[in-house]
Design a binder for this molecule. Structure first.
Ligand SMILES: [Zn+2]
Ligand SMILES: [Zn+2]
Length: 381
């Protein structure tokens, strides 16, 4: 199940101003209002979508989050803050399977919708921001993260009822979780005040969890981060989010990966780029240079005689692994020819002598000045 883009829902472009968004919303809301569309069964769902889209796009902060993360921005209770990983908490320790996926919000919404009146029973999805080094992204890693979350209450086995007595159907809403009320011309549907939308009530709430069926707890979770992750990779740990209310199904935990910048390597997909300075003499004469590789080793590349600055050489299969086992990228060495500085008088003397002998060795210089000459000649005529 995929969710429509909020801008599409309102029929505005991404660059729309707050006023344009407001105007588009008013138009759509009027057009789709359920009271005007008694014969159109789809209108109600569309009307809800329009309201939902406007709720987000009218708020600068929410809009910015949506622009960045899409619908995923509004799932999970941990917010966007970076949390430190590592270290074992006093909580449970469990190992989780991770699956990397692309269609994020298809999965996100799957558990949230379709539950009818009982939707509140499912635990929230959690988001965890994990920063890794490029070396860790290269090799993959096992990481223990501490997740402050809600877990099923052990005293009542998650039921929320003292002594594990089964909850009963809510008399106010007959288990629907929602009540309808007439307000003038409108029929409004709202969450049942008696059961808070759960559809069930508990006569004797559990004292440990005050009838919630879950308690706050820090959980240490061992997570497998596969080799090849990039900034923006999301990893889902199914069922590792918040525990549901009163035995409801747990939410999922989403790990948002960020790969830190590296001092030596720049990454572009599976390929790595490394800028290596070489001396003017080595670039002119040619020779082997030693370069670092991301696996911690070293590679040797041959600099051809007469190399100019910016020349690239490729070291095959020394790049990053592809996330889904699609092979490994290459590393590109880019030469940066360095003009020597702080010359001694001996070096200066040698370079002057060298320069006098070099007139015919600088084809680029020669062709540049010949172009300059014909340019000036052209200006005269
Ligand atoms: Zn309890
Ligand atoms: Zn109720």
């Amino acid at each position: 199940m995929s969710k429509r883009d909020y801008y599409d829902v309102l029929g505005v472009s991404k660059g729309a101003s707050a006023d344009e968004i407001k105007k588009a919303y008013r138009g759509k809301a009027k057009e789709l209002h359920p009271d005007r569309n008694k014969d159109n069964p789809d209108a109600e769902a569309l009307f809800k979508d329009v309201n939902e889209a406007y709720e987000v796009l009218k708020d600068a902060e929410k809009k910015a989050a949506y622009d960045r993360f899409g619908h995923a921005a509004f799932e999970g209770g941990m917010g966007g803050g970076q949390r430190p990983g590592g270290g074992f908490g006093s909580g449970d320790f469990s190992s989780a399977f991770s699956d990397v996926f692309e269609d994020l919000f298809g999965d996100f919404m799957g558990g949230q919708r379709g539950g009818g009146g009982r939707r509140a029973a499912r635990g929230s999805d959690l988001r965890y921001n994990l920063r890794v080094t490029l070396e860790e992204a290269f090799s993959g890693l096992q990481k223990t993260i501490n997740v402050p979350t809600a877990v099923a209450c052990s005293a009542c086995e998650g039921t929320g009822a003292e002594g594990g007595v089964e909850p009963t159907t809510c008399p106010t809403c007959s288990g629907m979780g929602k009540v309808r009320a007439q307000q003038g011309f409108f029929t409004v549907e709202r969450t049942c005040p008696t059961c808070s939308g759960l559809g069930q009530i508990i006569k004797n709430p559990c004292k440990s969890c005050r009838g919630q069926g879950r308690v706050e707890k820090d959980r240490a979770l061992s997570v497998n981060i596969p080799a090849g992750v990039e900034t923006g990779t999301r990893i889902r740990l199914a069922g590792e989010g918040e525990a549901g209310m009163r035995g409801g199904p747990p939410g999922d935990l989403y790990i948002f990966v960020e790969v830190a910048k590296h001092d030596l390597f720049e990454r572009d997909g599976v390929n790595l780029y490394c800028r290596v300075p070489v001396s003017m003499a080595k670039a002119a004469l040619g020779g082997a240079i030693e370069v670092p590789t991301i696996d911690g080793g070293r590679g040797r590349v041959q600099v051809p005689a007469g190399s100019q600055s910016g020349r690239q050489m490729r070291l095959r299969s020394k790049g990053m692994p592809a996330l889904r086992g699609g092979g490994i990228g290459d590393m590109f060495i880019e030469l940066a020819v360095e003009t020597p500085v702080n010359l001694t008088s001996k070096q200066k003397e040698l370079l002057r002598e060298f320069d006098e002998l070099s007139e015919d060795n600088n084809p680029e210089t020669k062709s540049f000045f010949s172009s300059v000459k014909s340019f000036w000649d052209g200006m005269k005529g």
